[in-house]
Every structure is written in C-alpha cells, then in structure tokens.
Design a protein around this ligand. Structure first.
Ligand code: G6Q
Length: 546
C-alpha cells in the first residue's frame, strides 16, 4: 500500500466548496464578456513546457477559477502523489503495484531503486536488446527460416499491447523504414488476421506476440493462427525461432507457447498496459522508426515527465489540462471531451487516448473503496481535423450539450504541399474562435438573413476549447503529447481520489467469455444456467452456426 496520508473526501475539501460557490457566478458569464473585460487574457492564460504550447484562455474560467482549481490540486495532495509515483511507491492500491511508466524513459545512467533493484538499468538492458533486433531487421540481416530477410513485421496484441504501437506507427510513419511492411492484428475476429496477412509471404514475415500476461484470449488465439500460418508454409517447427518474438512479463507462458525466451523482451508488473507503448511493447515502433528515433520519442516523454514533476501548478500543462477536465465534468456536468488533432498522422491518437483516459479514470470507488458521490472520468473521443468539422462539429456548435474540445495543431507539416498547411491551421483558429464567441442575432441579421432563419443561424458560442500547439510532429513531440495526457489523467485521478491504474472491468470481460466458449462449441446441447436472454441468444447462435 502507498504510504500517503489519506486526504479528506472530495466534497469536504475547502477548495471544492469554494469552487461550488464560484461556479454559480462563473457559469453565467460568456467568453465574449470575459475577453472584453480583459484585453490581455489571450496572452496570459497560456502555458508552455517541453515544446508544447497551451492556450487555455477560451475556457469558461476566470483567474479566480484557476486559483481555486490549483488550491484543489494542493488540497488533494497532487504534489505528494506525484512524488510517490516517481519514487516507485505502490500507488496502484487495488493491485498493490508501483506505477512507474516514468522509469521507462529515464535516461541511461540515472538510477531508481525499487524493491532493491535499479529499474532504470533493467529498462536500458531490454532496450539494448530491442535495438539489436531492430537494427538487424532494418538492415535486412535478420534472416528467416529459408534465409530470406524479414520484410514484414506483424504485431499481435490487444488493448494496451496494440493501441499504443498502432498509434505510434501511424503518427511516425514519416520516420518509418518504408521498405518494411508493418501490420497490427488485435481482434479475435479472424478477419483481422486474415486481411493483415493475406498478401504477406510467410518466409519474410516476423510476428511479435505482445502480451503482458501472455494469457489474453484474443492475442493467444491470433498467435496460434499465426504459428499455423507460418508452419503451413515453412513446414518445420524450427522456423518458429526465426519468425516469432515475444514481448511479455510471463516467461513461463512464452516458453510454453514455443517461443525461445532468448527471443523474448521483458517488462515489469509496474508498467500498466495502457502505459506501455514506451516499454518493449514499443518493439514494432522501434523496428519501424529505428532505435535513435525511438530514443528521441522517449526523450520527449521524459521532458514532459520533468515538466510535470517540477513546474509550479499554474504553469504546469498536464495539471492545468486535468483540472479543466474536472471543472467541466464535475461542475458543468459535461459528459465528454473531444480531442481533435489537426494532423493526419495522429489519426489513431483519439482511439489511443480513449483507452488511456477511460480505462484509467472510469472508476466508481475511491482508493479507500467508498462509492464516489461525484462524476469521474469523462468519455473521450475525436477525429482528425478537418474531417470532424464536416460531421459532428455541428452538435458542438449548436447542440444542447457542452463539449469541451482540445484542438491540437503543428507549426509545420511533415508533408509541405502548396498552402494545405495554412488552410488546415486556419481551421484550428477559426473553430476555436467560433466555438468561443459564436454569432449573435444582431450579427446574423446584419448579414441580411431572413427573419425566420435568424434563430437557426445564431451560434450561442461560450463553447470551451484548449488549443495545443507544437512546432512539428517529431518522435520527441509525440512523446511529449502522450505524456501530457498521461499526467493529465493522473491529475484527474488524484482529485477524484481513485485508482487510475487498475482495470477490473477489463479483467471481468476476459473471464466472462471463457465461461461461454465451451457452451458455444460443445457437440451436444449444453446445460445453460445464464439469464433467459443469454440462454436464448446462445441457443440461437448454436442453431445459426450449424
Ligand atoms: C491496459 C489493460 C488492457 C490490456 C489488454 C491486453 O491497461 O490492462 O487493455 O493491455 O487486455 O493485455 P495483455 O497485454 O496481458 O495481453
């Protein structure tokens, strides 16, 4: 258990009560009014760190709101909990584990002793082995069973063992070795495996079986199909050693599957699945972009870690982002947060963030196990800009729901082409402006709008946004961006006093399916003891598959 002293329940913290009173006043104020009252607001309500710039001036806050949110962070023990995380204390209380993804990006030569072991040294030892493999594959020196170089790499994993690698591969495609084909298989639906491998030659294909536990149904099923697929072409069990590597914490299960543990890259129980893209789970990323770029990505993560740990809260990007999420979720009753990267390479970033945020903060009890009496994790969602503007932005502009939005943009495109990038970025600024200030009745009338149509064209505005800017999407920048959200999630979890690092709902899903599989597969009619709906559905499926 963590040695942290318990803090008062959220509603009993003085800043919470003050925020509740303050909300009544601020919630009636319009961003137009707040900007009119203060000509420098747009220059002052900003923060910068680790190469990222955050403009949070278009939020429904005053400086008093920010001061109260910062007081709430202090009264919630954010500084102490952050120090505890960085020190390797067991802050994941329900699993009694340390939470040390920050150690995955600590520079070589630094030291962090946990349970008598230098975890940083262990991290770098694995990283060197990963780099040796990545270099051999990238140089065409890793030969398959028939002495042909490996040209295709397929990562098999799901959840935290898939979403980070897929997102990072897409985000950093510009840096990837284009002669290699990278594929990702996650779903137990056979279509995923079949479509991912249909045009690949088994003699040139390596599978990375990525699974922390090496017991996950989807991954092990896909891994077995991959082995059958390889053996059907290569014909010989000895081929496995040249075509399969494993990333896992479970050496016993890896060996049982038939992968030589010399070809296994380990990590540790203190790396949560959704916090693992910078551990050996990132092996596919490293093969794609090379060890040096991978190191740059880790340097970006580390820069944001240091910013979060060392910067006063009023200039601390993850803390501000996290506190604003609490402000909207708990006071305005906002249910969701939109994250819109104006960068095509970040097309999988919202999906990645969904797991990071919702699996971490989708919790209903406090660290002490008491049911919360306030809202916790919001629903995160998003699409790359500008695509979303031509579909769901309508609801954000004129619907009845308040949806705070993060807009992420870059100073330069990785693919400069005519004026595409200026057009893209003009949309970031225009959307943030329109969402905040809207269009009044008077403005709509002044455009010569027919009276009956005026109400339809009015934009109330007062829709909050954060604008996050970065120079360009490099591996380093990606690291900073991911760590920004990791620590924002942590900040929110600390305020809500929840365990952001367990996932019992996911574990339940893993166990439940196991019970039904034999009922679907048995040759004779099984005795079913579920509810009447589940029993009937199972019977119907059995009839359909026959
Ligand atoms: C992440 C979760 C979950 C996990 C997957 C895959 O934080 O624990 O998404 O990553 O269920 O688990 P394995 O890596 O053990 O296969």
């Amino acid at each position: 258990m963590s040695t942290q002293t318990p803090i008062p329940p959220l509603r009993e913290r003085a800043a919470w009560a003050a925020l509740s009173d303050h909300f009544a006043e601020v919630s009636t104020r319009h961003l137009r009014e707040l900007f009119d009252a203060d000509a420098t607001r747009g220059e002052r309500l900003v923060a910068e760190g680790a190469g990222l710039f955050l403009d949070y001036s278009k939020n429904r806050v005053t400086e008093e709101t920010i001061a109260l949110l910062l007081a709430l962070a202090e009264q919630s023990g954010l500084a102490e909990r952050t120090a505890a995380m960085f020190a390797g204390e067991r802050i994941n209380v329900s699993e009694d584990r340390a939470v040390l993804h920050v150690a995955l990006r600590m520079p070589q030569g630094t030291t962090l002793i946990v349970d008598g072991r230098d975890v940083v040294a262990e991290v770098h030892e694995v990283r060197h082995r990963m780099a040796a493999l990545a270099d051999r594959i990238r140089a065409g020196e890793w030969l398959g069973h028939t002495d042909r170089p490996i040209r295709n790499v397929v990562n098999i994993g799901i959840g935290g063992s898939d979403l980070g690698p897929v997102m990072a591969y897409e985000a950093l495609r510009h840096y990837s070795a284009r002669e290699l084909t990278m594929r990702f298989v996650s779903n137990v639906d056979a279509t995923d495996f079949v479509e991912a491998t249909r045009d690949l030659d088994p003699a040139e294909t390596m599978f990375i079986v990525s699974s922390k536990t090496f017991t996950t149904l989807e991954t092990m099923t896909n891994a077995r199909s991959a082995r059958d697929w390889s053996l059907a072409a290569l014909g010989d069990e000895s081929a496995i050693a040249k075509h399969f590597v494993a990333v896992s914490t479970n050496a016993e299960k890896v060996a049982e599957f038939g992968i030589d543990t010399a070809n296994m890259f380990g990590f540790w129980e203190w790396v949560g699945g959704r916090y693992s893209m910078d551990s050996a789970i990132g092996l596919s990323t490293m093969i794609a972009i090379g060890p040096e770029n991978f190191d740059d990505m880790l340097a970006g993560f580390h820069a944001m870690d240091e910013h979060f740990r060392d910067t006063p809260l009023q200039r601390n990007l993850p803390a501000l982002l996290g506190l604003l999420a609490v402000w909207y979720g708990d006071f305005f009753g906002a249910q969701t947060v939109g994250v819109m990267p104006y960068e095509q390479y970040l097309k999988r970033f919202p999906a990645y963030l969904q797991q990071l945020t919702m699996e971490s903060n989708g919790k209903h009890v406090t660290l002490q196990g008491r049911h919360v009496d306030y809202q916790t994790g919001a629903i995160f969602w998003g699409e790359p800009g500008t695509n979303g503007q031509h579909s769901f932005y309508q609801l954000i502009h004129q619907g009845t729901k308040l949806i705070p939005v993060d807009l992420i943009g870059f100073g330069r495109s990785r693919n400069p082409l005519g004026d595409h990038h200026d057009l893209l970025m003009s949309n970031v600024f225009a959307q943030a402006e329109a969402l905040a200030f809207g269009k009044t009745e008077a403005e709509v009338r002044a455009e010569g709008t027919a009276e009956a149509v005026v109400p339809h064209r009015v934009m109330e505005g007062n829709r909050p946004t954060n604008v996050i800017l970065c120079e360009e999407l490099t591996p380093y920048a990606l690291g900073t961006l991911v760590a920004l959200y990791e620590h924002s999630v942590f900040t929110q979890g600390v305020i809500w006093d929840i365990d952001s690092f367990d996932q019992w709902g996911v574990e339940l899903g893993k166990a439940l399916a196991q019970r039904i599989i034999p009922e679907l597969e048995s040759a004779t009619e099984p005795e079913l003891a579920h509810d009447s709906s589940t029993n009937a559905l199972i019977r119907r499926y059995r009839a359909m598959r026959a």
